[in-house]
Ligand binder design. Structure first.
Ligand SMILES: [Zn+2]
Length: 219
């Protein structure tokens, strides 16, 4: 569980064994299809890879096992997108942050396969780097960096004013996370963005204060 400072929200994660926050019953999942479509206020099960919802109206949730989970927070909205190479190349990340016409407050990039591990063919690499603001410079030879590309794409649209949580953990390298490329598993890491219950919030705040998190001063 990661508290998003000053928002009353947390990011939940349920990965491989010993690494599971309890998934809220009303978490909303899409039928992820590696496209670039965003659904506003989804009921759940829509064929799409991104969703935007009014704060408090639902819990956006993703299933991933190497693709990049992206979450966004505005004053009145939350959002989530599943970004693999295909969705990234087709603009899912840009579509997500452009869906709300107010300043982006937080961007959260969850665990995905890292730019050292993700070997791809020339066609895939070309598709990803074509719209990447840094082009090929952001990616090693024969590989793509989903996380770096997503961040550059958001910064191109939104500038640098938002705050960032970048969970720089590789699904292929971590034993705590499921990785499709690692073992062709059908299991997925679940991530969701939910409102913190009041009691839980206070416990988390106390826990963070003890860590002297610099973010705390904003509250
Ligand atoms: Zn890696």
């Amino acid at each position: 569980m990661i508290v998003i400072p000053g928002t009353g929200l947390y990011l939940g994660l349920s990965g491989a064994e010993g690494n599971a926050d309890p998934l809220p019953e009303n978490a909303i999942f899409l039928d992820q299809v590696h496209g670039n479509r965003i659904v506003i206020d989804p009921a759940g099960g829509e064929s799409a890879d991104g969703m935007v919802m009014q704060r408090g109206s639902g819990i956006p949730a993703l299933r991933v096992a190497d693709c990049l989970p992206v979450f966004a927070v505005w004053d009145d909205f939350t959002a989530a997108a599943h970004a693999g190479w295909r969705g990234l190349a087709e603009g899912i990340v840009e579509n997500l942050v452009a869906a709300v016409d107010s300043p982006l407050r937080w961007l959260i990039l969850g665990p995905c396969i890292c730019g050292d591990c993700y070997s791809v063919g020339d066609d895939v690499r070309e598709a990803v780097i074509t719209e990447d603001p840094s082009g090929a410079k952001g990616h090693l030879q024969g590989k793509v960096d989903l996380r770096g590309s997503a961040l550059r794409r958001v910064r191109k649209l939104c500038g640098d004013e938002f705050q960032l949580i970048n969970m720089n953990e590789c699904t292929l390298e971590s034993r705590n996370l499921h990785s499709y490329r690692g073992d062709k598993t059908v299991k997925r890491n679940l991530l969701w963005l939910a409102e913190i219950e009041r009691g839980e919030h206070i416990r988390q705040l106390n826990g963070e204060t003890e860590c002297n998190s610099p973010e705390r001063r904003k509250n």
